[in-house]
Design a protein around this ligand. Structure first.
Ligand SMILES: Cc1cc2nc3c(=O)[nH]c(=O)nc-3n(C[C@H](O)[C@H](O)[C@H](O)COP(=O)(O)OP(=O)(O)OC[C@H]3O[C@@H](n4cnc5c(N)ncnc54)[C@H](O)[C@@H]3O)c2cc1C
Ligand SMILES: NC(=O)c1ccc[n+]([C@@H]2O[C@H](COP(=O)([O-])OP(=O)(O)OC[C@H]3O[C@@H](n4cnc5c(N)ncnc54)[C@H](OP(=O)(O)O)[C@@H]3O)[C@@H](O)[C@H]2O)c1
Length: 269
């Protein structure tokens, strides 16, 4: 297979665990397209040749690629590359191939950056609550990196739920920002029960344990009320449904194309 479908290079990778990595990608034109924090880019790698009827039929080169969406973790202020936060899905179609791409390796990156999962019209006097599981934290890292020190919110709370402590990517960076910035609260939550986690003194369980009034107020010094709060949910679709059910019962309205709301979500699958 010729390499003409590749238009980007993996310029750096940092492996947090054997199956969780931060990767930096740069297009061949050297230009990072403009984007808004919360948006995603699509990556592609070749499929096995035997699974490509379109290739046999001589159709579009895109048929040769397995393509998947990845939220951008870097800020648009970073003009050298796009940073992505990716987990290996062992029986997945793209990620096992991505794990074979070393530094300097080639891949396809869609030049169009897309997505509606942004702070958009959220008023700057809102309490913004960002809730992620796993790699769903990526778009929120871009938001925090971009909007901190910009008076973009009255308060911003980032809740990140993972199974193992070492899956708390960006923890040090977020803890440092929370120490410096009174308007930012970072709440890591660990669900696993392995020996390593016996040392975990932070919050345990699943993210929805925060959404009772007393726990929320204690951790954020704010009430959880729909009047001036916007909640963003990202990652595991089961988490999104569960938290959405809790918050809708408390008066939050899910934003849709036809209806403005204060509950926003991005499902990863
Ligand atoms: C808008 C959008 C943004 C996304 N951003 C990211 C991102 O920033 N980082 C990222 O790792 N993935 C992200 N994803 C998921 C990504 O597009 C792929 O689905 C994922 O990398 C698996 O691809 P695959 O071909 O290896 O597995 P597939 O063959 O597509 O298998 C999919 C299965 O893998 C599991 N899965 C998929 N994604 C995840 C995940 N992130 N965490 C845990 N389990 C998962 C689910 O069980 C799913 O059914 C995003 C998806 C969407 C729609
Ligand atoms: N099943 C496993 O033990 C396991 C372990 C490692 C990797 N994997 C596989 O590796 C890949 C990535 O896994 P991942 O750990 O990054 O992502 P994940 O499976 O989405 O889990 C991330 C976090 O989301 C939580 N979660 C799941 N369902 C939820 C719900 N309904 N409400 C709230 N929180 C919920 C998990 O808690 P819980 O721990 O309570 O589910 C965990 O803390 C996936 O393909 C996964 O199947 C699975």
């Amino acid at each position: 297979m010729s390499n003409d479908i590749f238009n980007a290079t993996l310029i750096a990778r940092h492996d947090l665990t054997p199956d969780l990595s931060v990767v930096c990608i740069c297009g061949d034109d050297g230009v990072v397209p403009d984007f808004q924090p919360g948006q995603f880019v699509t990556l592609g790698l070749p499929r096995p040749v035997e699974t490509i009827p379109a290739l046999v039929e001589g159709r579009a080169p895109n048929g040769r690629l397995v393509r998947r969406a990845y939220s951008i973790a870097s800020s648009p202020k970073e003009r050298r590359y796009l940073e992505l936060y990716v987990v290996l899905v062992e029986d997945g179609k793209l990620t096992p191939r991505l794990w074979n791409v070393e530094q300097g390796g080639r891949l396809y990156m869609d030049p169009r950056i897309r997505g509606e999962f942004t702070l958009g019209d959220v008023p700057s006097d809102s309490h913004i609550v960002l809730v992620a599981t796993g790699t769903g934290v990526a778009p929120f890292i871009s938001m925090v990196r971009t909007y901190r020190d910009c008076n973009r919110w009255r308060r911003c709370t980032l809740v990140h739920g993972v199974r193992e402590i070492e899956q708390l990517g960006y923890r040090e960076e977020m803890e440092a920002i929370a120490r410096e910035d009174q308007s930012f609260v970072y709440i890591p939550v660990v669900s696993g029960k392995t020996v390593a986690e016996q040392t975990w003194t932070g919050r345990r369980g699943r993210v929805q344990s925060l959404f009772n009034e007393a726990a929320f107020r204690e951790l954020t010094s704010e009430p959880l009320v729909p009047e001036d709060t916007h909640v963003f949910l990202c990652g595991n679709p089961a988490m999104i449904v569960d938290v959405q059910t809790i918050l809708e019962s408390r008066g939050f309205i899910t934003q849709t194309k036809s209806q403005p709301g204060n509950l926003h979500f991005e499902r990863y699958w």
